[in-house]
Design a protein. Structure first.
Length: 174
């Protein structure tokens, strides 16, 4: 059994026979976890409150995790914190299922792994930044611009106007 199934698979079968309104909170804290097929998380922490309703079991999940990403400006490897809260109903039958069509398995175990993956992937920034004021990389040497080593002069003239620039330089010398 992989770590995902052990850590995010909850035994909630005992709640099926409880009265409506009964609930239990499950906590999880995992230093690293891989959720199939492609999500590698670090420091996953959260809770899942599972409540008995007339239609099924309601899962109210709060979580946070860290994912490795490349800065969109300087390409440095950076940690991005992801936070998510979601509520999903695991229905007793298709007749009472919500639009997500989650059905409570007969064995009484629900696997939060696919839901955690789905909701955290939505939180990944499109253009992650190592810091809000990241200056990116130098167009001349390719080094990060935040370094002090950028003492070279950058020619900001349009290369198509270089001939006119030399004419102006020649005219000012005369």
């Amino acid at each position: 059994m992989n770590q995902t199934r052990q850590s995010l698979r909850l035994n909630v079968g005992f709640l099926i026979h409880q009265s409506v309104g009964s609930s239990r909170v499950f906590y999880f804290e995992l230093p690293t976890i891989f959720i199939e097929p492609d999500l590698n998380l670090q420091d996953l922490k959260g809770s899942a409150k599972i409540s008995r309703t007339p239609q099924g079991l309601l899962a109210q999940v709060k979580l946070r995790a860290i994912i490795q990403a490349d800065c969109a400006r300087c390409l440095a490897n950076t940690d991005q914190q992801l936070n998510s809260e979601f509520t999903e109903l695991f229905a007793f039958s298709m007749r009472s299922a919500s639009e997500s069509e989650l059905i409570l398995p007969e064995d009484g175990y629900i696997d939060l792994g696919p839901l955690v993956r789905e909701y955290l992937v939505l939180e990944i920034p499109i253009n992650p930044l190592c810091q809000p004021d990241c200056q990116g990389i130098c167009a001349v040497c390719g080094e990060p611009q935040g370094d002090q080593s950028h003492l070279h002069k950058v020619d900001t003239r349009d290369p198509r106007m270089a001939v006119l620039g030399t004419l102006l330089e020649n005219q000012t010398m005369e």
